[in-house]
Write a protein that binds this ligand. Sequence first.
Ligand SMILES: [Zn+2]
Length: 369
Amino acid sequence: MGIPANLQGRVAVYEAPGRPFEIRLFPVRPPRCNEVLVKVRMSTICRSDIHSYLGHRPNPCPGLLGHEIIGTIVELGEDIRADMRGEPLALGDRITWSEYFVPPGGSYIGDVLDLPQKSPGVDKYGHMAVTVEPHHHGGFGDYCYVLPQSWILRLPADLSDEEATPVNCGVATMVCVTERAEIGIGDTVVVQGLGLLGLYGAALAKGRGARLVIGLDPVPARRDLARRFGVDQVMNPSLADPSDLVRSVRALCGPDGADAVIEVCGDAAVVPSGLQMLRTGGRYVLGGVVNPDAFVRLDANLILRKLVTLRGVHNYHPRHLVQALDFVHANRTRFPFGELVDGKYALADVGTAMRDAAERRVLRAAIVP
Ligand SMILES: [Zn+2]
């Protein structure tokens, strides 16, 4: 066994934000004892990849993007025997893994506060300069090393690549968002933004027992699709005056407004109207404003007076990765998750894929190397 000597793999690299992608070759070495070498099967373009590529958030260059990845095991480090559930791992298995890995040695934030996703020195796949060894640490390439202190899950055989690839970012993040929104049986939930996160969020809200999910998005095709992901009522927030929109939503969420409102549109300007949609004691969770300088003017007195709980979610705990995979697997006939990956591109066409994704011509563009 083992990989051939002098093996090389392709990587799609950009020199600086907005510059064209170039395919470059980097050596592929055997994995170290606590690494796994995978052949990338599919990598989907997340909104944060687009922010990085356009220079809206800092990312080291020459850059290698892609963190929503699944792959087939080519070689296992000798210390890796099983996934995070204890399921044995073997060559040829399809796996997903956490989008981030924590530095060894533990930390106060990671271990005492139980927020490993915010451990000092945490790093993410598709977030490092390609010059950093072992070079293959993002989705837009032939190979990827699953690095030490990542959480790995073997994928069920009946789950398609399209269903499985967004699990380790989009779905796991929304498991965390809907958990923090404390959505329970009979709740009314408003989802601001019906992109990929919003659609998973609506499905998860229904899975958690919500009686009514209201989806807000200016794009008609997204509002139509949303009905298939558990959204009961859709509204176009760009047509209505904000106060009319608040009134319409509140009228559906009797007697006092929505139990929970989730922001996944990436636009901080929606926060004030979202807060007004809430009932007394309601929960507001921010999940989409991942870029810095998302300033907004709001009446803090409203938060105080209505006893609102305001929370932010960025990334997720490892338990959310397990729940994300199990939710998608268990509900794959109830919600058409596979249809969300609606564009497939070769590695050489990553620039086109990025443009289509940025211009929202596709919901989730997939790179299939
Ligand atoms: Zn992501």
